[in-house]
Design a protein around this ligand. Structure first.
Ligand SMILES: NC(=O)c1ccc[n+]([C@@H]2O[C@H](COP(=O)([O-])OP(=O)(O)OC[C@H]3O[C@@H](n4cnc5c(N)ncnc54)[C@H](OP(=O)(O)O)[C@@H]3O)[C@@H](O)[C@H]2O)c1
Length: 256
């Protein structure tokens, strides 16, 4: 990929596998000076750092829904690499399956804390440590589910709708120094979405105009562009990375 982020220091939450790990790999390939990767479990994030196998990677165990962990991970990043220019709020969870009228409220609370409060906690940590003064770029991982209603994962979709509005709100509040954008993926080949593609991949692929499901690298390319100076006049946008489903729904008059 030609888009470069040479010399930039990045922090990616939820990067022990899936989309987050792919973003870390792409950032390294695109010239990042340092990449902090975080996830809950020390053994998972250390294993990801071993796979990335690059001295520019700092693995940190940190929960996405903990303000103390966010502040600590940001401080460790600045201490190790001398700054922080890019934050990717990627960590996400989806334990709350079922209709909203009956789904377990504990699972709903966990989903909303990780997916929707988490990105605010990490944005505040980055803003307070360096970005308010030195500027930067934040990319949030939303979902096409945050733009329409659907069965079974209403609580998750609500959290992603909140991420979309958070993106626009923060873009407004943090301008002009910090750009804040989001990507909205459809079904991507990761553990989180396994129920939507394992054993049913052909069926799921057919629901996308581009006739395939997404790969983690598809999302990583879009995130790298939005994080980079190539997007320096773009803030507050939500970029669907979705094989065409959002455009197709809009063309049928179903909205975004
Ligand atoms: N895959 C899709 O189809 C799809 C579509 C739209 C949007 N997304 C979004 O893309 C993002 C990445 O998802 P993915 O598909 O790559 O999922 P994944 O493969 O399940 O990876 C999730 C990552 O988040 C970490 N994580 C989970 N809960 C955490 C917490 N409380 N605190 C810190 N880290 C946590 C996990 O590591 P540990 O287990 O080590 O903590 C893991 O590294 C999520 O925001 C998801 O909602 C995915």
């Amino acid at each position: 990929m030609d888009v470069r982020i040479d010399g930039k220091v990045a922090l990616i939450t939820g990067a022990s596998r899936g989309i987050g790990e792919a973003i870390a790999a792409q950032f390294l390939e695109s010239g990042a000076a340092g990449v902090t990767i975080t996830s809950r479990r020390k053994e998972n994030i250390t294993a990801a750092a071993d796979r990335l196998d690059d001295s520019r990677v700092l693995p940190v165990a940190a929960r996405a829904d903990s303000e103390a962990d966010a502040n600590s991970a940001v401080a460790q990043t600045v201490a190790q690499f001398g700054g922080l220019h890019i934050l990717v709020n990627n960590a996400g969870t989806n334990p709350a399956a079922g209709d909203l009228a009956s789904v377990d409220l504990g699972a709903v609370g966990k989903t909303w804390e990780v997916n929707q409060l988490g990105p605010l906690l990490w944005a505040r940590a980055a803003w307070g440590a360096t970005m308010a003064e030195s500027g930067g770029s934040i990319v949030n991982i939303a979902s096409v589910g945050g733009m329409r209603v659907g069965p079974f994962i209403g609580a998750y979709n609500i959290s992603k709708a909140a991420v979309i509005h958070l993106t626009r709100q923060l873009a407004n509040e943090m301008a002009p120094g910090v750009r804040v954008n989001a990507v909205a993926p459809s079904v991507v080949r990761t553990r989180l979405a396994a129920a939507l593609w394992e054993g049913v991949e052909e069926h799921t692929a057919r629901a996308h105009p581009l006739q395939r499901i997404g790969e983690p690298s598809d999302v990583a390319y879009a995130v790298t562009f939005l994080a980079s100076d190539a997007a320096s006049w773009i803030t507050g946008v939500v970029l669907p990375v979705d094989g065409g489903v959002t455009g197709a729904a809009a063309a049928r008059g179903l909205g975004g």
